[in-house]
Ligand binder design. Structure first.
Ligand code: MTE
Ligand code: MO
Length: 358
């Protein structure tokens, strides 16, 4: 290993230890389901140690019947298993120019798991939500002090909200990941899975669900995990929600030496929100021409689609620029340029990589 190769924990790239942030080396992508050992980890505070037998999930706010439920009781409720891709809203941040603050993720703050749990709608039904209700706040058990001058004084907890309609539609309270008990770093004993949304909404270590009649404007909803939205000449902060369409190349990697005059299997993944990936194209000449790649699986809602392409490499040695581009069933595709209103998040513009044919 060269001196500047990143430090690894369990094969994942260490982006921070306090709090713990680990990235999957994206070149390791080789299956639709990301194994737990490879799945990226994003935390803002120390991982809370939760005793399952002492843990309660409280449901309160704009409801007729607030209640608390424990782990055992939750496991007895009707459950569902769904595949869902989680992507951190700051994935690919390391490639932004000019450079911005934040965890310097490259390609691997994304993964797909099978999540098993209780539909949130079941708990909302049990609580008898009032007609005045608009949003559902999901609160984690983790918290602490931030050194951001814009953070509130004292301690705060990680919390995000979702519209009531989304909460009722497909949000899962997951206690299993890929068939195993949810690991501590991924939210034990229970986390939310908000399909199709950037993963900050999928609150881990869930301890409280608060139904409200007005928009939630907490720290992680407005000061952080927000972008600039324009209404005519008005510019306002809006919370990040759905994932933006994106294709990523797992292999070759930036700077890889690729044999000339041979067939090289390029591959990667593509995902979107509220739609299906219908096409992924690859350019091996810096965007001059594009070829459609093969999709490996059927498209599944809210999950990535792996793709591959047999690239007949040039016989002449030299640098080649590769770019992948996805299109979905709503005919959305990736922007060419970075939109600076997105701040340090939602990074899905085309990302060229250079390889050397030798
Ligand atoms: N309680 C809590 N939930 C959280 C977070 C957190 O710090 N605390 N981080 C969020 C962010 S920003 C991401 S990207 C995902 C990461 O989930 P993972 O660590 O299971 O990959 O969890 C989300 N849920
Ligand atoms: Mo994130």
């Amino acid at each position: 290993m060269s001196e500047d190769s990143p430090r690894l924990i369990d094969g994942k790239i260490v982006r921070g230890e306090n709090p713990l942030n680990l990235e999957m080396p994206f070149e390791k992508l080789d299956s639709f389901i990301t194994p737990i050992e490879s799945f990226y980890v994003r935390t803002h505070f120390p991982i809370p140690k939760i005793d399952r037998d002492a843990w309660w999930l409280r449901v309160e706010g704009e409801v007729e019947k607030k209640f608390a439920i424990n782990y055992e009781e939750l496991l007895e409720l009707e459950s569902r298993t769904i595949p869902a891709t989680l992507e951190c809203a700051g994935n690919n941040r390391n490639f932004l120019e000019p450079r911005v603050k934040g965890v310097q993720w490259e390609l691997g703050a994304v993964g797909t798991a099978q999540w098993t749990g209780v539909p949130l709608s079941i708990l909302l039904d049990r609580a008898l939500v009032r007609p005045s209700a608009r949003e559902v706040i999901l609160e984690g058990a983790d918290g602490g002090m931030l050194d951001d001058p814009k953070s509130p004084p004292g301690e705060l907890r990680f919390a995000r909200s979702i519209p009531l309609s989304k909460a009722r539609a497909d949000v899962l309270l997951a206690y299993k990941m890929n068939g195993s008990e949810l690991p501590p770093e991924h939210g034990f004993p229970m986390r939310a899975i908000v399909p199709g949304w950037y993963a900050m909404a999928s609150v881990k270590w869930l301890q409280r669900i608060i139904i409200t009649d007005r928009p939630f404007t907490g720290y992680y909803q407005t000061m952080d995990y927000a972008y600039w939205r324009r209404r005519g000449d008005i510019v306002e902060l809006a919370p990040l929600t759905e994932m933006q369409i994106k294709a990523e190349i797992a292999k070759p990697v930036q700077g890889e030496i690729v044999p000339a005059n041979s067939v090289y299997r390029a591959h990667g993944a593509a995902w979107t929100s509220d739609g299906e990936i219908t096409k992924v194209e690859l350019s091996t000449n810096g965007g001059t021409s594009w070829s459609e790649v093969n999709s490996i699986e059927q498209a599944a809602p809210n999950a990535w689609r792996l793709w591959e392409f047999d690239w007949r490499t040039p016989s002449k040695p030299g640098k080649q620029i590769l770019i992948a581009r996805a299109t979905d069933s709503k005919n959305r595709t990736q922007p060419i340029e970075r939109d600076r209103d997105r701040g340090t998040y939602m990074i899905n513009h085309l990302l060229p990589i250079t390889v050397e044919v030798r």
